[in-house]
Design a protein around this ligand. Structure first.
Ligand code: RUQ
Ligand code: CUA
Length: 663
């Protein structure tokens, strides 16, 4: 059929034609979906089961309506953070964090380049990040929707994102390490952002591996957060020196355990690898002992000792030494089944759930018993570094067999815990004991349900499931492998986020939706009730600098546009509005230094203008009210047409100008 013949047809006739065509090619029967308005008929035609239809109805978000929850997920290798609506699983935003992000102009403007450069390593620019664990700011242990923190494992960096505009404001580079994992986690009032370590290394430079025990160290870093300023204050932050075990995930105490921090470790064998030299490979060497050490850190006491000046300064950063921590009751160990991964604190703060990749059990510790054991010095010994080891039997509450490869645990308001089972590709629901079981009238510490996920689940996220007041309702399984879940897109496959309905405490969990994640391996995510977020619609005033959240010194109002030359420097104050830049001509001499500010003077929501300067590698996103700057040396002569990169209006293509560089 030729296209022009379609144009004259009415919609109905078109549908009829399509129907005939489809019946023609599929031999009839399968095509009810095309014309039917009857949901059951559509479902039948598409081969959907009743459960599929329920899942569709539970996740469909009609246009103009909003998701009830927002998930902040790690963007993995992309170095970014993903913002996803739940239950629709629609991707709402990718926040530029550790990696330049062209659409947002992140890492292109002078202002955002400066934020990115805060994360440089010894002056070297880093253009990717291995993003792991986002942490929402909390007030009294509950998400408050103000800030998001996230770590980057490859270079030990932590970023601060302001949720008024969902933009990154600060990156801190840990001066003592190049490898972290157990971050970020926040204390219940966000005084501290916790960055756990990972592969031990010397704090200062080089030491050979045969000096591993003496010279290599682990650490956990406590970044002091100033909520008023919305910034981490490195001068008030400190690291706790730890033995060169490989510290892994951490969690902050809450409620009864507020003031404490718990971190797992592995490789307490202190294996140093070297399979090529006939040594056991790391995977074997680091798994010889049956137990590793859960680290119990009295953060309140540590902070007091730091206050009292009991620190050393290494590379300009305060370090609370290991011997001080061991002697002063800052640090205790508890044996934990080998090669653990997640440590997760129950909403009341009393139970610590530790799961080991190699052990089908979760081990549950009781914080009250830990306190008693410390008070009564129920130690089974000390490690090589003098750290007291609490007697396992004195502090353990119970162990419960969950399934194969348990990793991470979250909680709901109904007294259930949910643990990801990596090897089994499942999520298991089980009951908490103690007051939880009493309150909900359930058998304590019992597995009640399991749902298969696809495949190799790492973390899981329950709505507000790691704070003092879980919402439950939804769970997202963050699966590392997707194998056969999506159309084949070649040998590199997306990860798979699966939405699970956990809203019925007396019925089974139900798998609802698959969302491919195609830009990295996300690790952790947190899900917040959407109404806790109060972001701005446009910047508060015209001439705003988002990186400082205050008026930009170069804010330009209509009529104030100008170009000034001072020696070899040309400075431009430009405005952007639909549909022109003012001025439209900018002429400089080759070799001039150019400082170019652009203010979007719009007040209309969504009236973002872009700014591309070809040949000079610039793209900006200038949101309503924002002022952004580019700075460069005009080292290439010629004529460069600059233009707006957001389709902002009918005359968007005309929103352009000429940058002329005279030889
Ligand atoms: S990790 S799959 Cu949190 Cu980086 Cu556990
Ligand atoms: Cu402004 Cu397109």
């Amino acid at each position: 059929m030729k296209r022009h013949t379609l144009r004259g047809l009415t919609g109905l006739a078109l549908v009829a034609l399509l129907l005939i065509g489809l019946i023609g090619c599929q031999g009839g029967g399968q095509t009810g979906a095309v014309v039917s308005e009857d949901p059951m008929e559509i479902a039948r035609a598409r081969g959907l089961s009743p459960a599929d239809v329920v899942a569709a109805v539970k996740t469909y978000q009609p246009t103009g309506t909003y998701d009830e929850y927002i998930m902040f997920a790690s963007g993995g290798h992309s170095g970014q953070v993903l913002v996803i609506g739940i239950p629709s699983m629609r991707l709402l935003k990718v926040i530029g964090v550790f990696t330049p992000e062209p659409w947002q102009g992140w890492g292109f403007s002078k202002e955002t380049k400066e934020v990115l450069a805060q994360g440089n390593y010894d002056g070297k620019e880093l253009t990717w990040g291995d993003v792991h664990h986002p942490a929402l700011s909390e007030t009294n242990g509950d998400y408050d929707g103000q800030f998001l923190f996230v770590n980057e494992k490859a270079n030990s960096r932590v970023a601060v994102i302001d949720l008024r505009d969902f933009e990154t404001k600060q990156i801190v580079k840990n001066p003592l390490s190049l490898s972290d994992h157990g971050g970020t986690f926040v204390t219940p009032n966000t005084e501290w952002v916790i960055e756990g370590g990972q592969y031990a290394a010397p704090f200062e430079g080089y030491a050979p591996l045969d000096q591993y025990k003496e010279k290599y160290r682990g650490l956990v870093t406590f970044w002091k957060f100033d909520r008023e300023r919305g910034r981490i204050i490195p001068e008030q932050s400190f690291a706790l020196e730890l033995p060169p075990y490989w510290q892994d995930l951490c969690d902050a105490g809450k409620q009864v355990s507020e003031g404490w921090v718990f971190c797992n470790s592995f490789n307490t064998e202190m294996a140093t690898g070297g399979v090529e030299k006939g040594n056991p490979p790391f995977e074997a060497g680091a798994s010889q002992r049956d137990m590793d050490y859960l680290h119990l850190i009295n953060l309140r006491k540590a902070a007091e000792l730091v206050e009292a000046g009991r620190t050393r300064t290494i590379k300009g950063f305060k370090v609370l030494p290991l011997d001080v921590a061991a002697a002063e009751g800052v640090l205790y160990f508890v044996p934990e089944p080998k090669s653990p991964h997640g440590v997760d604190v129950s909403p009341d703060g009393n139970y610590l759930v530790v799961s080991g990749k190699l052990d089908p059990h979760a081990t549950i510790y009781n914080f009250q018993k830990i306190q008693d054991a410390i008070a009564n010095e129920r130690f089974s010994g000390r490690d090589d570094y003098g750290v007291p080891i609490l007697d396992f039997d004195a502090v353990v509450e119970t162990q419960i067999e969950l399934g194969l490869g348990p990793l991470h645990t979250q909680f709901d308001p109904n007294g259930y815990a949910y643990t990801s089972l990596f090897l089994e590709s499942a999520v298991v629901r089980w009951t908490l004991g103690g007051p939880w079981a009493e309150k909900h009238g359930r058998d304590p510490w019992t597995v009640v349900d399991k749902v298969s996920v696809h495949y190799n689940i790492g973390h899981l996220a329950v709505a507000e499931g790691d704070n003092v007041n879980p919402d439950g309702r939804y769970l997202v399984a963050m699966n590392k492998w997707s194998v056969d879940r999506f159309a084949n897109v070649g040998p590199l496959l997306p990860q798979n986020f699966q939405l699970v309905d956990i809203g019925n405490p007396n019925g089974p969990m139900q798998l609802l939706y698959d969302m491919p994640i195609a830009l990295g391996e996300p690790h952790y995510a947190q899900i917040i009730k959407a109404d806790k977020l109060q972001p701005w619609e446009v910047y508060p005033e015209v001439g705003w600098d988002p990186t400082t959240q205050s008026r930009h010194p170069a804010a330009t109002r209509p009529g104030e546009e100008r170009i000034e030359r001072r020696g070899n420097t040309v400075e431009i104050w430009m405005t952007a509005t639909r549909s022109h830049f003012t001025p439209e001509h900018v002429e400089v001499r080759k070799g001039d230094r150019v400082i170019w500010h652009i203010t979007n003077i719009e007040r209309a929501r969504d009236a973002t203008h872009g700014f591309a300067l070809p040949g000079y590698n610039f793209n900006l996103s200038i949101e309503p009210g924002e002022t952004a700057t580019i700075e460069f040396v005009a080292d290439r002569d010629g004529v460069f047409a600059f233009y707006c990169t957001e389709f902002c209006s009918a005359l968007h293509l005309e929103m352009a100008g000429y940058f002329l560089v005279r030889p």
